[in-house]
Design a binder for this molecule. Structure first.
Ligand SMILES: NC(=O)c1ccc[n+]([C@@H]2O[C@H](COP(=O)([O-])OP(=O)(O)OC[C@H]3O[C@@H](n4cnc5c(N)ncnc54)[C@H](O)[C@@H]3O)[C@@H](O)[C@H]2O)c1
Length: 316
């Protein structure tokens, strides 16, 4: 049987993720769901009509789900579920302002996922990301390695793009890394950044690197401020789709993701942005990277900040 992936939430993030997943042509079915009657069906119809042009065979199936859980039977057998349901930020809002509203949505969705796709790997993207990932694990009751969140790939991609544009070099020559939370305690890791293998510190003055670090940390807010309604989705959906593909292909790719950390970096029992090997069962293992003392301390601070909030989500 071919692989099946479900994307919950057919807003900007969910629909672009579904389209990317379909265009990979590695899945038999992409299910796209939403609570807005007809929206996922309409988008699926539209995406399927691009198949002759883009040349992919994957079928996209749109499903409207009800508050009673109706429609969820169609996600049965999903190998992967990407949860994008939830409100995005408006200008001036922090991701944390979405906590209570999105917690209700993510909890409800997670319970249906556990019921109808009990063997799936769950990739969470709803914000605030680290907290919603922790909540999805609690609400599904899935093993912690089978629930992960998307943030680090996006933040890393933003950092790489800023470096490439600043130095006017091809983006493919740039390697960067961000760890920590998908928020104020994001930890861009300049010591791991290279261009054509050369350390970034040899190519840019420290103040310029600091400037790019700050811009990366505020990367989401910069897009929100320009769009005025809604948040980014092209780069975010590229990241989530690549994670789903790594799971589907059991690739073992090492990607920066929000994963359960238990002992690595001396940090215990928290969902945090780290590099991890991704495969069929979700996170195969967290991969520790060499960090400077300051970067390690920042990662520890990020862990404590998200731990406090993640403790609260169990009651939301
Ligand atoms: N992790 C990241 O890096 C990252 C990046 C960008 C956006 N996000 C987050 O992703 C989420 C979605 O963003 P968006 O731009 O697609 O927003 P959007 O408003 O375009 O879409 C959200 C969709 O979720 C649907 N929805 C709400 N409740 C639902 C439910 N119970 N079941 C199914 N669908 C439901 C809505 O009807 C809507 O269509 C937001 O929380 C946003 O903050 C995360």
């Amino acid at each position: 049987m071919g692989k099946k992936v479900t994307v919950v939430g057919a807003g900007f993030y969910g629909s672009t993720t579904a389209q990317r997943l379909a265009e990979y042509d590695v899945f038999e079915t992409v299910v796209l769901t939403d609570i807005i009657d007809g929206k996922p069906e309409g988008l699926a119809l539209d995406m399927n009509q691009s198949r002759p042009i883009e040349g992919f065979e994957t079928q996209v199936v749109g499903v409207t789900t009800g508050t009673d859980g109706s429609g969820y039977e169609q996600i049965a057998g999903s190998d992967i579920v990407v949860i994008t349901a939830g409100l995005p930020r408006k200008p001036g809002m922090s991701r944390m302002d979405l906590l209570e509203t999105n917690a209700k949505i993510v909890r409800g969705v997670s319970e249906q996922v556990a019921r109808h796709a009990p063997d799936a790997v769950v990739i969470v993207v709803s914000n605030p990301l680290d907290e919603m990932t922790a909540l999805a694990q609690i609400a599904t009751g899935f093993p912690k390695n089978r629930v992960l969140g998307q943030a680090g790939m996006l933040d890393t991609a933003r950092f790489s793009n800023f470096v490439a544009e600043t130095l006017a070099v091809p983006v493919g020559t740039v390697k960067t890394l961000t760890l920590g939370s998908h928020g104020d305690t994001m930890v861009p890791v300049p010591s791991q950044c290279t261009v054509n293998g050369k350390p970034l510190s040899e190519l840019l003055p420290a103040e310029k690197i600091d400037e790019l670090v700050v811009r990366t940390r505020n990367g989401g807010a910069e897009v929100v401020a320009l769009l005025k309604t809604g948040s980014a989705y092209y780069a975010p959906s590229a990241a989530a789709a690549r994670m789903a593909r790594a799971v589907a292909e059991d690739s073992g790719a090492v990607l920066p993701v929000c994963a359960w950390v238990d002992g690595e970096y001396g940090i215990n029992g928290v969902y945090l942005g780290v590099e991890a090997e991704i495969g069929a069962g979700g996170v195969k293992r967290v991969v520790e990277t060499d960090l400077t003392q300051a970067e390690r301390a920042a990662l520890g601070e990020a862990a404590e900040a998200v731990r406090a909030k993640q403790g609260d989500v169990a009651n939301l």
